[in-house]
Write a protein that binds this ligand. Structure first.
Ligand code: S3P
Length: 180
């Protein structure tokens, strides 16, 4: 058993962090928080607008600040942006404040699930597949490094992945009681 005040989902775009996260949060009585949504709400600007006006570096600063604030709370399921593991402080803080689940997905399934999405600035280019491969090479070791548990979502529907994750978590994780 590995007690921690929060559950944290990490993994690449299209891994299902939001759809699976919402269901898992409901099951364990946690507050579901989409970290990207909090960044958007605080900035009053969409993710593409943020990338346009402050660049990826400016977005990462906001991501780090929001994540840090959220992680001081408890009783939450945090669905994090795919690039949040790039920062070593973010990874340390996630480990300290949460039980971290890596939702893995291969590039083929990512391309299928993401379709023609337009709200992910890093994918607004013709060589999407290449970009996703490069991201996977860079980030996969970081996801593995930070995670307490990995679930491969390739070939699973969101309800199937959710059921598996709930089953695994029931044996491995329980919330620390802290004031949220
Ligand atoms: C990003 C992933 C996005 C979002 C931003 C950057 C990334 O979140 O934070 O577009 O670097 O992989 P999702 O993983 O929720 O799509």
């Amino acid at each position: 058993m590995n007690p921690a005040p929060n559950l944290i989902l990490v993994g690449p775009m299209g891994a299902g962090k939001t759809s699976i996260g919402k269901r898992v949060a409901e099951r364990f009585g946690l507050v579901f928080v989409d970290v990207d949504q909090v960044i958007v709400d605080r900035a009053g600007a969409s993710i593409p607008a943020l990338f346009e006006h402050v660049g990826e570096a400016g977005f990462r600063e906001r991501e780090k600040s929001v994540l840090g604030d959220l992680l001081s709370g408890a009783g939450q399921l945090l669905s994090t942006g795919g690039g949040s593991v790039l920062d070593a402080d973010n990874r340390d803080r996630m480990r300290q404040r949460g039980y971290v689940v890596y939702l893995r997905v291969g590039v083929e399934a990512q391309l299928r699930r993401l379709g023609r999405c337009t709200n992910r600035p890093l994918l607004q280019r013709p060589d999407r597949e290449q970009v996703l491969h490069e991201m996977a090479v860079l980030r996969e070791p970081l996801y593995r490094d930070v995670a307490d548990l990995t679930l491969d979502t390739d070939g699973l529907t969101p309800p199937e992945a959710t059921a598996r994750l709930i089953q695994s978590l029931a044996h491995r994780w329980r919330p620390i009681e802290e004031d949220a």
